[in-house]
Design a protein around this ligand. Structure first.
Ligand code: B12
Length: 212
């Protein structure tokens, strides 16, 4: 049986090779990909964050841990996305301007695909104009904004204001998330919803699109 402690340690120690090997074993054993992510890999990332805060880890360790997590997610993402059935709506997702964190955003994107949404991934450090373009040209009905830094959270507000100025705010539902974001912050900036996790994002987006 795949050793999940080994996977936890591999993410924590930035050992991409082992992380990928254990993930492959877990997939071969039909383990639930979401349980693997939320039960093992996200807690390992939280510990990485804690160590960074305590100055036991520095940016190189963050990068190595992120690389290990990404290696596993490349294998698990398609499995999450493959759960999708009929098309539910179109979502434009991106990490807001100034912010380069994309692991959570990618996870949310994969699960939304798994929830039947067509997902337009705008990447990281996304300026408001890109979201406006996705609404106007690709018909996105939901905009998902991710931010991991307290200093980039205001970019969420700026993005919502830019949507208003461009006259497209009423056409879309805006969902926000990321570790420092809260329901209160979402309410303060006039977002339509806040999701604490990738799973939340799917149920919220479905509800906002009127599909359950
Ligand atoms: C990996 C990492 C990095 C990697 C990112 C690699 C990558 N490709 O993403 C690198 C090394 C590049 C990095 C850089 C930096 N980082 Co960093 N990083 C992290 C770390 C350890 C993990 C983040 C992560 O991937 N978590 C796992 C994912 C799955 O969780 P998540 O992103 O929160 O997403 C989940 C939910 O939040 C939610 N969600 C996310 N987005 C959305 C969107 C919607 C719409 C919804 C509904 C839900 C949702 O669903 C996801 C899945 O459940 C965190 C610590 C932590 N535990 O958060 C620090 C952390 C975020 N980083 C931090 C800092 C300070 C930095 C740097 C400034 C460091 C530096 N001095 O250079 C730079 C900033 C670079 C920039 N401009 O963005 C701080 C932020 C502090 C703060 N309050 O602002 C943290 C909290 C570390 C710490 N404890 O101090 N980082």
């Amino acid at each position: 049986m795949a050793d999940l402690r080994k996977l936890y340690d591999a993410v924590l120690n930035g050992d991409a090779k082992t992380a990928v090997a254990v993930t492959k074993e877990a997939i071969a054993e039909d383990m639930d990909p979401l349980a693997l992510i939320s039960g093992t890999m996200v807690p390992a990332m939280d510990e990485v964050g804690r160590r960074y805060e305590e100055e036991e880890y520095f940016v190189p360790e963050l990068l190595l841990a992120a690389r290990a997590m990404k290696g596993s997610l490349e294998l698990l993402g398609p499995l999450l996305a493959a759960r999708g059935a009929r098309p539910t709506g179109t979502v434009a997702i991106g990490t807001v301007k100034g912010d380069l964190h994309d692991i959570g955003k990618n996870l949310v994107g994969s699960l939304l695909e798994g929830g039947g949404f067509e997902v337009i991934d705008l990447g990281t450090d996304v300026p408001p104009e890109k979201f406006i373009e996705a609404i106007r040209e690709k018909g996105a009905q939901v905009v998902c904004l991710s931010a991991l830094l307290t200093v980039t959270m205001p970019s969420m507000k700026t993005t919502i204001e830019a949507l208003k100025e461009a006259g497209v705010r009423d056409r879309v539902k805006v969902l926000v998330g990321g570790a420092p974001v809260t329901q209160k912050y979402a309410d303060d900036i006039g977002a339509d919803g806040y999701g604490e996790s990738a799973g939340n994002a799917v149920s919220l987006a479905r509800k906002l699109c009127g599909v359950g």
